[in-house]
Design a protein around this ligand. Structure first.
Ligand code: GCW
Length: 672
């Protein structure tokens, strides 16, 4: 008996000892958490600058038992060392390693929508990471940011919001920006600024902003000289003009080309560029999705060489799913640049787990057919920008899984042909430390694979519970929660403009019989989208207005299918929660608890979305929910016209249980 007991105890002890012990981490290292430090990797190799290599390219190889990293420049060398560090973590740096790379795009930028009062437009990770209002710049954080950008190959940062404050160009701010640029330069990052069109008027009292007025032209030339005196390698300007109330050349009867070329002339002597945004739309247009092509196609070929048109991935505005912007397939004699949104303005802020690797892969790989088959969006653009999700939070992004989008963006900017799955794999292995006492293979199987599974399914889950089958822009004012009922105010800012639900059906008719948006695409896409038989189902209601009983490929009615998608979104997030519960033994308690809370919120928000959208659309369809979906949690009468309580900075509030704190409609609220 005694012998049996001692054997059993030994067994228990062995079992206890082989339990993985999670390593404590708080997410502040982001994806540089695992592996050797940059300095250690650098010290362990022989480096050399080889002018024959591309400027930002590198070559890692072994010769006579020595590991070499050669590069075309200091920046290339840095990328090479980080590539080696990553390869080590991924187990791809064994003897005989031979890796030669160069970036696909020369321009790989982050756009910070940071305001000079330190608020961040669509920022969900605290106030501006540049700390504009503080006495001095946050040196340490900027170094950290520089390392993170360099580690994924990003080489440019626009520091301020496209809704720009003219004061960013006054002497005091230029001096401050120069200090930031001095740090970023050390990481191969160029500094850029967004400008306000009316700056000459506000800053120097000029009477006009007419781009053909010699005084205005001279003002910008002088301003460029002043900036370049302080920042010799300044990158140039990003411009939002004649868009959402911002002034622009059209106010003076001039074109986008007149405006962009004037600025281009001012920065050209210094090698600067102008990134001119194509995000323009007027409330009077019957289809917002048509307007970029309508405004920019007639100007094709009229832009100066150092102007690049920056185009959002979709024709409306960073929705959970949009087709690619047709402009990518139309401009032939104008440089184009991609604008992705890393910050999750429409995908649950920093509360929802929504990995954009798949969103961007879908867009970059889409075929525009501009120059025949194989004219992918990735090949049409010559640069890439991502609206950053960074803030003062110690982990930069609000929480650990939001960092995956910064990482994915950087990796795709370096190589747009990488797969989302590979990027997800890399990010998980670099970000989460393997528990002590756990074998690599066990970690891969028990942790990396399931987390990768969550990442890969996450964006589609958001599409399902927010706006499936091509529905879009069903948001309330803050762009967090659902408000399909909203129809007051500027029409193209209301959900009703986009879903067009009525008793006959739902969806935006962009066919030839409708807004004609399909004609902005090249064949065969025009026909594919126009024809119901070939239109991809995930874009069905983007391009078509269909009756509730329209039969889908599943054999089910549209109404049932809509309900099933919303339900699937909820169930997928419930699946993420369950998976995450099971991963607790492998993750730092801090990171585990943070993500657990976020997933709880996400699951509750998913139900709120479903209740609001299905409940509201049901008032038109008049049909019951299909039998196999979860019943609505809250009846539509208790949700309609209601929104979530938000804090001063617009961050949504949830209660202890993770449920959204829903406010009574304004007119029902008691007077204070
Ligand atoms: O997505 C919309 C946002 C605005 C933003 C604008 C833009 C910076 O809601 O906050 O303004 O697009 O991209 O200019």
């Amino acid at each position: 008996m005694r012998k049996f007991l001692s054997l059993a105890l030994t067994g228990l002890l062995i079992a206890a000892c082989s339990q993985p012990v999670p390593v404590a981490q708080d997410g502040t290292d982001l994806w540089l958490a695992a592996g050797r430090s940059y300095e250690d990797v650098l010290a362990s190799v022989t480096t050399g600058i080889d002018p024959a290599l591309p400027a930002e390219g590198f070559h890692i190889y072994d010769a006579s038992g020595v590991r070499h990293v050669d590069a075309g420049s200091e920046a290339g060398l840095r990328y090479g060392i980080y590539a080696l560090q990553r390869a080590e973590v991924l187990g791809q740096a064994g003897p005989g390693m031979d890796l030669q790379e160069k970036p696909f795009y020369d321009l790989r930028l982050l756009n910070h929508w940071d305001n000079l009062d330190d608020t961040v437009e669509r920022g969900y990770a605290g106030m501006s990471m540049w700390e504009w209002t503080a006495a001095d710049i946050p040196v340490e954080r900027i170094h950290h940011y520089g390392k993170l950008c360099a580690s994924v190959g990003l080489n440019g940062a626009v520091l301020n919001n496209v809704n720009a404050n003219p004061l960013v160009l006054d002497a005091e701010h230029i001096a401050r920006v120069a200090k930031i640029a001095d740090i970023l330069r050390g990481y191969g990052i160029k500094t850029y600024l967004s400008i306000k069109w009316t700056s000459p008027i506000t800053l120097s009292g000029l009477k006009s902003g007419d781009p053909l007025d010699p005084k205005v032209r001279q003002w910008w030339k002088d301003k460029a000289a002043e900036i370049y005196a302080a920042i010799p390698d300044f990158g140039g300007f990003l411009v939002k003009a004649n868009s959402e109330g911002q002034a622009g050349p059209q106010d003076y009867g001039r074109t986008h080309a007149d405006g962009a070329n004037m600025l281009a002339e001012a920065v050209a002597p210094y090698g600067g560029i102008v990134m001119w945004r194509a995000f323009v739309y007027a409330p009077t247009s019957p289809d917002r999705a048509n307007q970029a092509v309508e405004e920019f196609l007639p100007l094709d070929g009229q832009f100066a060489d150092n102007v690049i048109i920056q185009i959002k991935n979709g024709p409306v505005d960073f929705q959970p799913r949009e087709p690619f912007s047709p402009l990518f397939g139309k401009l032939k004699n104008t440089k184009m640049m991609m604008e992705f949104q890393v910050t999750q303005e429409y995908l649950g802020f920093s509360n929802h787990l929504a990995f954009h690797g798949t969103t961007w892969e879908e867009c970059l790989q889409a075929d525009t057919y501009r120059d025949g088959p194989g004219s992918t969006v990735a090949k049409m653009v010559t640069g890439i920008a991502g609206v950053a999700n960074t803030g003062q939070d110690s982990n930069f992004c609000g929480y650990v899984f939001a960092q995956a989008n910064w990482y994915a963006y950087g990796r795709l900017a370096w190589n747009p042909t990488l797969s989302a799955e590979q990027i997800a794999d890399e990010w998980v292995r670099q970000t989460f430390l393997k528990p002590e006492g756990m074998k690599d293979a066990a970690f891969a199987k028990k942790f990396v694979e399931p987390v990768k599974g969550i990442l890969m399914a996450s964006r589609e889950a958001v599409v399902d519970y927010e706006m499936p089958l091509g529905l879009h822009h069903l948001f309330g004012g803050t762009h967090y929660g659902p408000a399909p009922w909203e129809r007051l105010g500027r029409p193209d800012w209301t959900p009703a403009y986009y879903h067009k639900a009525d008793s006959a059906g739902i969806g935006f008719d962009r066919t030839r019989a409708g807004s004609g948006n399909v004609d902005q695409y090249n064949e065969p896409l025009t026909s594919t989208y126009n024809d119901l038989a070939t239109c991809p189902e995930n874009l069905l209601l983007w391009f078509h207005h269909l009756p509730w009983d329209y039969k889908l490929s599943s054999g089910r009615d549209l109404w049932d299918e809509i309900c099933l998608h919303y339900d699937r979104g909820i169930q997928t997030v419930e699946g993420f929660r369950k998976t995450w519960q099971g991963l607790q033994p492998y993750v730092s308690p801090a990171l585990w608890a943070e993500t657990d809370r976020k997933l709880t919120i996400q699951a509750s928000d998913a139900r709120w979305w479903r209740d609001a959208c299905v409940g509201y659309f049901q008032t038109f369809s008049g049909r019951p929910l299909p039998a196999d979906v979860e019943p609505l949690r809250t009846p539509i009468d208790s949700l309609i016209y209601r929104s979530i309580q938000s804090d001063r900075l617009g961050m949504p509030q949830h209660d202890e249980a993770g449920d959204p704190i829903i406010l009574m409609p304004r007119r029902f609220r008691r007077p204070q």
